[in-house]
Design a protein around this ligand. Sequence first.
Ligand SMILES: C[S@@+](CC[C@H](N)C(=O)[O-])C[C@H]1O[C@@H](n2cnc3c(N)ncnc32)[C@H](O)[C@@H]1O
Length: 228
Amino acid sequence: MSIFRQSARNPMKTPVSTPTFADPRATWDARFAQPGLLFGDKPNAFLEREAQHIPPRSNVLSVADGEGRNALFLAEQGHAVTAFDISPVAVDKAHKWATQRGVNVDFHVASVDDWAWIPAAFDAVAAIFVQFADPDMRRELFGGIWQTLKPGGLLLIQGYTPKQLDYRTGGPGKLENLYTESLLRELLPQAHWLLLHEHEAELAEGHAHAGRSALIDAVARKPWTAKS
Ligand SMILES: C[S@@+](CC[C@H](N)C(=O)[O-])C[C@H]1O[C@@H](n2cnc3c(N)ncnc32)[C@H](O)[C@@H]1O
């Protein structure tokens, strides 16, 4: 298990996007510095349901993984998991939690802007509630994810739809950061969609995602013929 500090993989890259917060690392660090686990101690329920599509012993990347609930779940399914997040506080908590559970995850502190998206490196990528990304960052983020997926690889996404602005039970509260089916189709035009479904459900993921929520679940396969 290793923790690489900020920008270890691609230190010279210039950010191309405007963050949602003036200082996203400090904002998320302050949130994660509170006692307990911001998004709870269970994996995201959508990921738990849909992880069955990931072939055994896959190389999986969990982007903006937070305190590790999803990385740990994937590792306990027998996958080789790499995870990164902008918040050193969250990654420290994830690292300690993994040690307690005797689980091996390759954790990194990195932002979307400085992560090196190695071409065709992963069999699957989990992008669970990564809606800190505004449209510019979202293009960069999903471009990177697509590049780092192997041909035939799977992308699992859960996010909020614009209807979530009526509920405000989690999420960024910014219309431009939210997803619709058509937005995801446009963002990933080569994807073969195994699941693309807007719906509503009660979430109970710590105190940050709690209550009636307007969600989108998506599982996409990168075509076998696709170039990275
Ligand atoms: C809503 S939380 C979701 C965390 C995790 N995916 C989960 O489901 O538990 C969003 C996460 O994105 C991280 N984050 C925010 N901006 C980021 C950025 N520019 N690059 C990488 N991670 C970022 C935050 O630190 C936080 O952990």
